[in-house]
Design a protein around this ligand. Structure first.
Ligand code: PLP
Length: 443
């Protein structure tokens, strides 16, 4: 009897995420046996260039020697200890360093393991803050059209992507949505900043009517990722910050996808910060923070938020916990990741990388008859395919794999979100692979 393949065993025993399993009757799963730098390597030794950082998590390549070494050292020292009643060096140092990255404006770090939990923590903290301030009626939320903040029942409340939400609608207390400042909505003669001002005016209209029942506005700063790399002008963040202050509503910056240098600054919200009071009230981080190694998420909050919970009464404390809160290995991976940002001056180096991306895309696609809205924010580049067939994303994905590149369009939007390790030649290789895939998928 031949042994069943890894693929067949996976289909029998593993329920894959975000997947209609029946589609795998036709579409093969891809067993990956090794990874190195930007390369994923399959059973036949075929190498795939990871153009989307393994779902936006991997910043400095796979099996990075510096992160590996830090993790091996940590493994020999302290694997895990519960964080209630105990503490340890990696979690303290990580919290201090993240605080410093906000100019100590957001100096209190609360930990979990995945992005959706970070969203829920920020929302719960905000509501509990208002309750501790004698305003329990401030318990609603508002998010942007097309927003994505995770898929647990609480996070779905502020996620406006129908396919993720519809089946579970009875479980969800849906938040309000206001217009997205999507720069593609510009009318003739309008700039992206004009669109941002128009969307902010709608936000103000909404807040004026509902602020007394609203705890927080949650946004993905600059790029709404999961709904198709929707990009917008930082003017919206400036105005949203002012409006939230005026109407006493918290501002949550979900930097799970756009944090950790992705947009050119460490936090995307920094594009909108001129004065210390411009920082959001909460920042959520996950995905890239551990270098794409281990599940880790966290919420940073201000002294003012923290102070509202500091009391003799345990019921006024923040009542939330996860078994692996502050896991030392995950924190160590995050510290090694932050070390690389410093040692390699990554934000500066990424300006060069973003330039290669921009130039390579421009020469190929700026005048392509089937491509619209070529757009970029730092290390994210995207475009929309015009008149795409319903199965475009699937065909492009398959053709890109044939060309040796991992790219996974969202609907008719093709995007690149590579790890921060590509040189110009590899950037060109990725874009050339995409161009080949495009020819197949449009043909
Ligand atoms: C991925 C993502 C999340 C959810 O993170 P998970 O770890 O998948 O739960 C939340 N918000 C944004 C902006 C994301 O991109």
């Amino acid at each position: 009897m031949p042994q069943p393949s890894l693929l067949d065993r996976s289909l029998a025993a593993v329920w894959h995420p975000c997947t209609q399993m029946k589609h795998h009757e036709k579409l093969p799963l891809l067993p990956i046996v090794r990874a190195q730098g930007p390369w994923l390597i399959d059973e036949q030794g075929r190498r795939l260039l990871d153009g989307i950082s393994s779902w936006w998590t991997n910043l400095f390549g796979h099996c990075n020697p510096r992160i590996n070494r830090a993790l091996c050292d940590q493994l020999e020292t302290l694997d895990h200890v519960m964080l209630a009643g105990f503490t340890h060096e990696p979690v303290v140092e990580l919290s201090e360093r993240l605080s410093a990255l906000t100019g100590n404006r957001l100096g209190h770090a609360f930990y979990a393991s995945d992005g959706a939990s970070a969203t829920e923590i920020a929302l719960k903290m905000s509501v509990h803050y208002w309750r501790n301030h004698g305003k329990p009626e401030k318990n609603g939320f508002v998010s942007l059209a097309g927003s994505y903040h995770g898929e647990t029942a609480g996070a779905l409340a502020v996620t406006d992507v129908a396919i993720f939400r519809d089946a579970y609608a009875p479980l969800v207390r849906q938040a309000a949505t206001v217009a997205s400042p999507d720069a593609r909505l510009a009318c003739t003669g309008e700039s992206s900043a004009d669109v941002a001002r128009r969307a902010a005016a709608e936000l103000e209209h909404w807040l004026r009517a509902h602020h007394a029942q609203t705890a927080a506005l949650i946004v993905e700063p600059l790029v709404q990722g999961a709904s198709g790399m929707v990009m917008y002008d930082p003017e919206y963040l400036r105005l949203a910050r002012q409006l939230c202050t005026t109407y006493s509503v918290h501002l949550v910056a979900d930097e799970i996808a756009v944090g950790c240098g992705r947009t050119g600054t460490f936090f995307a919200f920094e594009h909108a910060i001129a004065a210390p009071s411009d920082w959001p009230d909460f920042i959520c981080l996950s995905k890239g923070i551990s270098g794409g190694y281990l599940p880790l998420s966290l919420v940073l909050s201000s002294d003012e938020i923290y102070a509202a919970f500091y009391h003799d009464d345990p019921r006024r404390g923040f009542l939330h916990s996860h078994s692996y809160t502050g896991n030392p290995l995950a924190c160590r991976a995050a510290l090694a990741t932050l070390d690389i940002f410093g040692e390699d001056d990554v934000l500066t180096a990424n300006r060069l990388r973003a330039g290669w991306l921009s130039e390579g895309a421009r020469v190929r696609w700026a005048n392509h008859p089937r491509i619209a809205n070529l757009r970029q924010q730092g290390m994210i580049l995207a475009f929309d395919v015009v008149d795409a067939a319903p199965d475009f994303a699937q065909r492009f994905f398959t053709a890109a794999l044939e060309a040796g590149v991992l790219l996974r369009p969202i609907g008719n939007t093709v995007y690149f979100m590579p790890p921060y390790v590509l040189d110009q030649a590899l950037t060109e290789q990725m874009l050339a692979g995409a161009d080949a895939a495009l020819a197949v998928a449009l043909g």
